[in-house]
Design a protein around this ligand. Sequence first.
Ligand code: ZN
Length: 404
Amino acid sequence: MGTLLLLASLVALLIGLAVGKAWERYKLQDGIWVDRRRARESPHYMLGLNFLVANQIDPAIAELTKAAHAAGDPLEIHLILGNLYREKGQVGRAIQEHQSLLQRPNLRKLEHANVLLCLGLDYRRGGFVDRAIEAFTEVLRLDPQNQYALSNLEKLHEEQHQWHEAYATRQKLAALPGASEESPRHSEILAFLEFELGQDALKRMDYADAARRFEAAIDLDARNAPAHLSLGDVRFYEGKTADAVSAWERLIDASPERAYLAFSRLEGAYPKMSAPDRFPALCERLITANPQDWRARLALARHLSAQGRPTDAIELLFEAIGHNPHALALHQTIWQTLSTLNLPADLVGRYIELTRDAIFYLDPHICVRCRYRSTELLWQCPHCHEWNTFVEERIAPAKQSAEV
Ligand SMILES: [Zn+2]
């Protein structure tokens, strides 16, 4: 029975219902296992699935095609065949296969929805955005709780920068039964979509609407860093420096690990409020709270250098490089500072000693979902399109990793 279970999940995967829930409903409501008995009795069916397990798509297609003929062309095998053509990149063939299924008489509602779902995936793969949106929308008319159609639709709207539609779709996903298990993620994503709506308002120079959107994003998820940053920017454009500063400071309270995103803004704004000492004080506070914070040290060092205190700056930079030896910005700032000091031999010697085993990285940000790498922090992954999945990859220096 274990084999059957494996095959069942494999077939669910092939149909494209990676989530599995829709497939479960389909299976239960339509008694598909009864329909498929004839297909399963064909040796070609089993052979085809075996080839699939071995990831040999072409022989799998050959065997499943024979199995389909032998069993009177059951809908479901053709559904799978279409999906296999799509996986091979033969989108036209996949569309043809799936479209011909729509011509069948007496399609049950959920069968119809499943064919349209696969067709939508074909269109999406082929880049036929409008037709894909149309197909997924039609799936939802037949099966309003189809999670897979909703997620695909959301991604398509996001790609088109149709943030209102993406937002509405995510709300529907959040309202699905069982969705509450994932509710923090829903609010997190809705906050990013709200933030994007705010960015659009900002482009129209509609500051009032932009500020409302950014505040709504923060209400949805207080840790949404770009909304705090942009809310501060709006206040700053409006000439409300104190409000801008408090928005940026709230980012630091909510997610201190993202504090550095507000550094240059705050460093520029504090003197306008006649409070230039607040910036070094902020950096000191962050360093005390998190001794590993190399960015606060870098910011403070640059600030001290600009104040004519390169010797104090270099000590901070040496501490910082101990925490993150592969941050290029640190090395650059160290060399600038060392040259301001006319390259004193003792300090240059310390630098060489500190960085003996350092590895240099230009792309330390990595998507935890798909491992995509980026030199800068991104809010949405350009590869897997997931929101807020980037972390900063750090490799501890060899000496420290042994201690920790
Ligand atoms: Zn990714």
